[in-house]
Ligand binder design. Structure first.
Ligand code: NAD
Ligand code: TDX
Length: 348
């Protein structure tokens, strides 16, 4: 079936990988990437697909109701993959309202306009909402987040994502809007903005700057290669059951300090530095306020129902990621100039 797809946030980290996968894999689909190009959105992320005939870029804000209405009128979408969001926990601590606006109001605007255009027939329509494992809160040493785990968001970011998830399911239950949500663990890979732990550490190690580790580095995250997240979204978009939630994760838990030490070893090797050089840059800094201790996703449902599994081991993915950053100095220079410096001063 030919599809007319709206992908929001396609100029960001995960969105650009999703757009690339869909544009290359589905030449019959018309793919419209809607992005406001905030500090996190960067069309350089899509330079390899920008001239494909099935790809269109539209600059706009998901909170702008008139604009979203006009966009649905223009393209008559039958599917939405919604990734646009404010995504960084530390920024949500500095400025929660920006997160409420984009993540809650923006999602509600998209739902409302999708419903308006689709209400005569929901056949072959789908609103796919991309969310996070952070909505489930924080785990102790044991256990996993399951699809049935009660929501317990604890940062302004996760509260805004939890709220957006609730609106998606409210539209499904109240108006029968065909919707699916996936909740994924921490992603890593190319084109990741260097405010997040892994690309920030790569950037700082390369420039011989301190690598800030919050608290004692004992917090645990479950890391998944971004291309595997994009593959999961493709699988769920085409074969997932309407009204369901799917957890996505790599069964790949790392304490922050162990991850950073592994990254330091890879960087020493790639930069031809004596082993132990990069690790000297590790600097323990003030902990994040309300820092969730541990996230761990149980992705069994996605594996059993739809056969998806991660394709890469962590160390291999991390090496590929480091290779990309070392080969893309210009990209890093562009995104770390200007406002990034101001943010960095305020945060560290
Ligand atoms: P990102 O910050 O790299 O990209 C977000 C994109 O959304 C940017 O291109 C930005 O310009 C755009 N955007 C922001 N506000 C907008 C608005 N008002 N209107 C239109 N576009 C807007 O984020 P990411 O890490 O790629 O995350 C994408 C999605 O996946 C988010 O919904 C996030 O919550 C979710 N998610 C991320 C992770 C992760 O590890 N990064 C894990 C699970 C889920
Ligand atoms: O400088 C740092 N030092 C540090 O110790 C930064 C930026 C982070 N950290 C810690 C905090 C976390 O325990 O590293 C861990 C990872 O931090 P982030 O990369 O900021 O990711 P996290 O807060 O876990 O959230 C990410 O995963 C879930 C994404 O940013 C979210 O968008 C996604 O939903």
């Amino acid at each position: 079936m030919k599809r007319k797809l709206l992908i929001t946030g396609g100029a960001g980290f995960i969105g650009s990988h999703v757009v690339r996968l869909f544009v290359n894999k589905y030449p019959d689909y018309q793919i419209v990437n809607l992005d406001a190009l905030t500090y996190a959105g960067n069309l350089e992320n899509l330079s390899d697909v920008k001239d494909q005939p099935n790809y269109i870029f539209e600059k706009g804000d998901i909170t702008d109701e008139a604009f979203i209405d006009q966009l649905f009128g223009k393209y008559q979408f039958d599917g939405v993959i919604h990734l646009a969001a404010e995504s960084h926990v530390d920024r949500s601590i500095m400025d929660p309202l920006a997160f409420i606006k984009t993540n809650v109001l923006g999602t509600a605007v998209l739902l409302n306009i999708a419903r308006k255009y689709w209400k005569d027939s929901y056949d072959n329509k789908l609103f796919y909402h991309v969310s996070t494992d952070e909505v489930y809160g924080s785990l102790g040493a044991e256990g996993f987040f399951h699809e049935t785990t009660p929501y317990d968001p604890r940062s302004p970011y996760s509260a805004s994502k939890a709220s957006s998830d609730h609106f998606v399911m409210a539209y499904h239950h109240t108006y029968h809007l065909p919707a699916i949500i996936s909740n994924c663990s921490n992603n890593y890979g190319s084109h990741h903005f260097p405010e997040k732990l892994i690309p920030l550490a790569i950037h700082n190690i390369k420039n011989n700057k301190p690598v800030p580790v919050y608290g004692k580095g004992e917090n645990v995250r479950d890391w998944l290669y971004v291309n595997d997240h994009a593959r999961a979204i493709d699988t769920i978009f085409h074969r997932g059951r309407i009204g369901e939630t799917y957890n996505i994760g790599g069964f790949n838990e790392w304490k922050n300090i162990d991850l950073i030490q592994l990254l330091c070893r890879i960087m020493d090797k790639k930069l031809g530095r004596p082993e132990g050089t990069s690790a000297q840059l590790i600097t323990f800094v003030k902990d994040r306020a309300g820092h969730d201790l541990r996230y761990a996703i149980d992705a069994t449902k996605l594996n059993k129902e739809l056969g998806w599994e991660p394709s890469l081991q962590f160390e291999e993915g991390l090496e590929k990621t480091v290779d990309w950053y070392l080969a893309n100095e210009e990209w890093l220079q562009h995104v770390t100039s200007g406002n990034y410096q101001k943010y960095y001063q305020e945060q560290y």
